[in-house]
Design a protein around this ligand. Structure first.
Ligand SMILES: *Cc1c(COP(=O)(O)O)cnc(C)c1O
Length: 394
């Protein structure tokens, strides 16, 4: 462990404030560190290992595929990519087509390119502006960091691409529209911003207004997508019909993959967009298996049961610890508790890790829980027991 820490400090750029732990093995929502200590994982690697660690079905599908081909470029047809697109579109219920990249930021770049290309074609005035929300998070590339409505993230990296406008809540969006607005990009539950679900009626009214004005609605489902909120997409839960949707985190079960899907099937022509790795045999095979596994969890009612059970335990924990937390927040398996302040939250996260349960922070003072969607009742029980022990002394 010390050896690895030293190596990391010597050779890896210090962009992360890493916690003092090195994991070496995982089984579903249970983790083991280099010293053999056991943990319950309420993070799933920030909503990524959606079907758990060491998932046998996913691993077998990946192994079978990589024994044949891992990659052969997007110059040729690849069965897993076509099948992944079909599975994603069918699970979404929307009449859309997909483009594959490798991350959430890249998926959002694709969405922004779609909006700008569509804006270019749509009449004689160039529409290029994208409205996003304050406290949003859309990625770390130069463009998506500018799309992110957090001024603190725009400190060093300019000049940025033009055309990003930030609304202070969805009520402000209509007033910010002008003849140059190409699209509005929002998360339905702000993840990094504090696990804050938007109001359903307001989102539906926004979708209707934008449709009337011919402005695209882009939903960033990088964190909310792939059953995280209980339905395949949060857009399904909100009963809206977006023009563009992005996915990444949970869709590959840990294999890097990003997706931008759109109903604007004619927007791109060959050469407009591309990715060397995007949707290769490895990542697309992983996505196919993850969607199959989670479609079954959903259809059997098991996912709804898990969400209900987790929520009940979270409520119990919240009621028992009102001195530390002021609200319960989130939707489905994207949930958390608002801590009294940032200092309290730091103490909770630290104590949790020491007691063997991994949890996350969001925004300034939100305890964020993003467990694997396959987490068992036993793991949930154990996780909340450890969490209760952890906070008992705070
Ligand atoms: C994590 C996240 C991103 C960025 O995804 P990367 O894979 O890190 O590029 C974008 N949008 C949302 C809502 C996210 O949660």
């Amino acid at each position: 462990m010390n050896n690895i820490q030293a190596l990391d400090r010597q050779f890896v750029l210090p962009t992360y404030a890493r916690a003092d732990v090195e994991f070496v093995k995982g089984e579903n929502a249970t983790l083991f560190d280099a010293e053999g200590k056991r943990y319950i994982d309420f993070t799933s690697g920030i909503a990524v290992t959606s079907v758990g660690h060491g998932n046998k079905r996913l691993n077998k599908a990946i192994c079978d595929q990589i024994n044949n081909l891992i990659h052969m470029s997007n110059l040729y047809y690849a069965a897993p990519q076509a099948k992944a697109a079909q599975k994603i579109v069918e699970a979404s219920g929307y009449d859309m087509m997909c483009f594959f990249g490798n991350s959430g930021a890249e998926a959002n770049e694709g969405a922004i390119k779609i909006a700008r290309k569509h804006g270019e074609r749509d009449g004689h005035i160039k529409r290029y502006k994208i409205i996003t929300l304050q406290h949003s998070f859309h990625g770390r590339t130069i463009t998506t960091v500018k799309a992110t409505g957090q001024e603190s993230m725009h400190n060093y990296f300019g000049p940025f691409p033009d055309g990003f406008v930030y609304a202070n809540g969805i009520d402000e969006i209509e007033g910010l529209l002008d003849e140059h607005t190409a699209g509005v990009m929002i998360e339905l539950v702000q993840g990094e911003g504090g696990v804050e679900p938007l109001d359903k009626a307001k989102v539906q009214a926004l979708a209707k207004m934008l449709k009337e004005k011919g402005v695209l609605l882009i939903i960033d489902e990088v964190q909310t997508g792939v059953y995280r909120t209980g339905k395949f997409l949060a857009s399904n839960l909100y009963e809206i019909e977006p023009d563009v949707i992005t996915l990444a985190k949970g869709i590959g079960g840990g294999v890097p993959i990003g997706v931008v899907m759109t109903s604007l099937k004619g927007v791109f022509s060959p050469g407009d967009h591309g990715s060397t790795f995007g949707g290769n045999f490895l990542s697309a095979t992983a996505a196919c298996e993850v969607v199959d596994i989670l479609n079954e969890e959903y259809a059997s009612g098991k996912l709804a049961e898990t969400i209900e059970y987790f929520d009940a335990k979270l409520c119990e924990f919240y009621e028992a610890n009102r001195r530390l937390f002021s609200a319960k927040v989130g939707l489905g398996m994207m949930c958390g508790l608002r801590a009294q302040d940032a200092d309290t939250l730091a103490k909770v996260i630290n104590a949790a890790r020491q007691n063997g349960v991994m949890v996350l922070k969001a925004g300034r003072n939100t305890l964020r829980l993003l467990p694997a969607l396959t987490i068992t009742k036993e793991e949930i029980d154990e996780g909340f027991k450890l969490l209760s022990l952890a906070v008992a002394s705070l």
